[in-house]
Design a protein around this ligand. Sequence first.
Ligand SMILES: [Zn+2]
Length: 273
Amino acid sequence: MNLDRPTLPGGLPFAGSLRRDFAFRPIDGRLELQLADVLDAAESTPEAVSGALMASLASLCGAVPERAAVDALCVADRQFLMRHLASLLTRHSGWFEAACSHCSARFDFPLDPLALPAKPAGEGFPVARVRIGQRQVRLRVPSGGDQIRVVGLPEAGRREALLRGLELIEAGTASGLPGRLGPEQMARCEAALEAVAPELACQVLAECPDCGGQNRVEVDPYRVLAHDPDQTLQDVHHLAWYYHWAEAEILAMPRARRARYLQLIDAARGMSQ
Ligand SMILES: [Zn+2]
């Protein structure tokens, strides 16, 4: 058992400091099917991420997870949690597939996505400061809620709308951002945000076994969104067929116990052949 509990790279402000703790619910068949339902119902990737985290987290930053808190997490924290959820849910999670950019061969390579490096939050997180003209502007690092806010906007105005929604304005003062943000001003705001935002590595170098070429492979932090519930249904089918247990009983069983019963069925079949 790993006693070093992982913590969020960013965290949520709480009583003057940042809380970074989290825990997932035990994985059982109910959660596996619930995740599939959440993902089917979501209208966008950031909505799906919030739904998946609401379904799967037992606690977040010292509290029972609420949608507002899940949405308030910075993007890297949400990617970090989704990566953890994928490793809890995915069987054979150590193998990834890629197409070689040199010889086009498809190959598998081993990878533990949880071992990929993360850039920690910078000084001042979650607030970045940037000077625009004569004004000092304070911007909050983008969260899942910000992604959801702009995901449906036309692409042309999305970048500026995102930045405007991040500005922290003290009561009684005017916005420090000009009425129209130019490309250079947007780039400066984004650079200031990147300097304090945590960031997860989403690429890895993998060597092609056919030609020895090095490939830069994308490791999607949201790959758990492609999780197929059919394996769960097959497990239910096998256990119900063999033991005559009810669907609800099988779905409520911890995943490891379900897997063990399936092994026992396989072993019994092997002996009877
Ligand atoms: Zn190759």
